[in-house]
Design a protein around this ligand. Structure first.
Ligand code: T5A
Length: 212
């Protein structure tokens, strides 16, 4: 079976990283070779861009510059990790991709979607996820999980944002899912872990059998 490109999306604390590890195990158990990665980041240089863009102590970054940094990291990631892994027949499981830029920089920060689409087209050169798992839950529940995990001090620049910012991000993700129902599967991430994993397993079964 040829490699496929799976992305995970959602607001902070939705459970993407936990779900990404589950996806890797589920696919590996079926004999598939999996490349688990994340954005921003995924290659040595892209991880350095990640540090710059998430750093709470750094200098001010405008929304457009933030968008350019996300795509600079994405360009490195697509060219040096994602495309080579897919070419080897591996399944790439990526914690966030361009939908995050549409939701955070587009809806969250007000950057024009036309600019985001133009940058996506230049950087991705036709590469699109085969399947996106959108882990959806109320903003308060996601932020509470983050608080339980890391305490009350924000761990990056995005966690400093108010709840209204994440409401816009969540709404944008749901709009993206409604506009691309064949690609984006909404997972009810407010459920207990086992129930979340059942929903993900169903989506993966559909993808593997070619019906997603
Ligand atoms: N960003 C990123 C942009 O603005 N634009 C872009 O283009 C891109 C690519 C970093 C930031 O970058 C921004 C968005 C982000 O703010 P990130 O590293 O993915 O992106 O950071 P976060 O989203 O902040 O990642 P988190 O680790 O906070 O959230 P996750 O991965 O969604 O959640 P996870 O799996 O770590 O789980 C959080 C906690 O909840 C528990 C877990 O055990 C953990 O403690 N949990 C559950 N608890 C109960 N029930 C369940 N079903 C649970 N699932 C997980």
């Amino acid at each position: 079976m040829a490699g496929r490109f799976i992305t995970l999306e959602g607001i902070e604390g939705a459970g993407k990283s936990t779900a990404a590890r589950f996806v890797r195990e589920w696919l590996s158990a079926r004999g598939l070779t999996v490349c688990l990665t994340r954005e921003p980041g995924g290659t040595p240089l892209a991880e350095r861009v990640r540090q710059l863009v998430l750093d709470r102590q750094g200098e001010a970054i405008t929304p457009v510059t933030e968008t350019l940094l996300m795509f600079a990291a994405r360009g490195l990631h697509v060219q040096n990790l994602i495309r080579p892994a897919l070419a080897r027949g591996e399944w790439v499981v990526c914690d966030r991709f361009t939908d995050a830029t549409r939701a955070y920089q587009g809806a969250g920060r007000g950057v024009s979607l036309a600019l985001i689409d133009q940058l996506a087209s230049a950087v991705q050169e036709g590469l699109q996820p085969d399947c996106t798992l959108l882990l959806d839950l109320p903003v308060a529940a996601g932020l509470e999980r983050v608080r339980m995990r890391s305490g009350s001090v924000p761990s990056d620049r995005f966690e400093e944002e108010p709840a209204q910012f994440f409401e816009r991000v969540r709404a944008a993700y749901l709009d993206i899912a409604r506009a691309a129902p064949a690609r984006v599967r909404i997972i009810d991430a407010s459920r207990p872990l086992e129930a979340v994993q059942e929903q993900i397993a169903r989506a993966l079964e559909a993808l593997c059998s070619g019906t997603a």
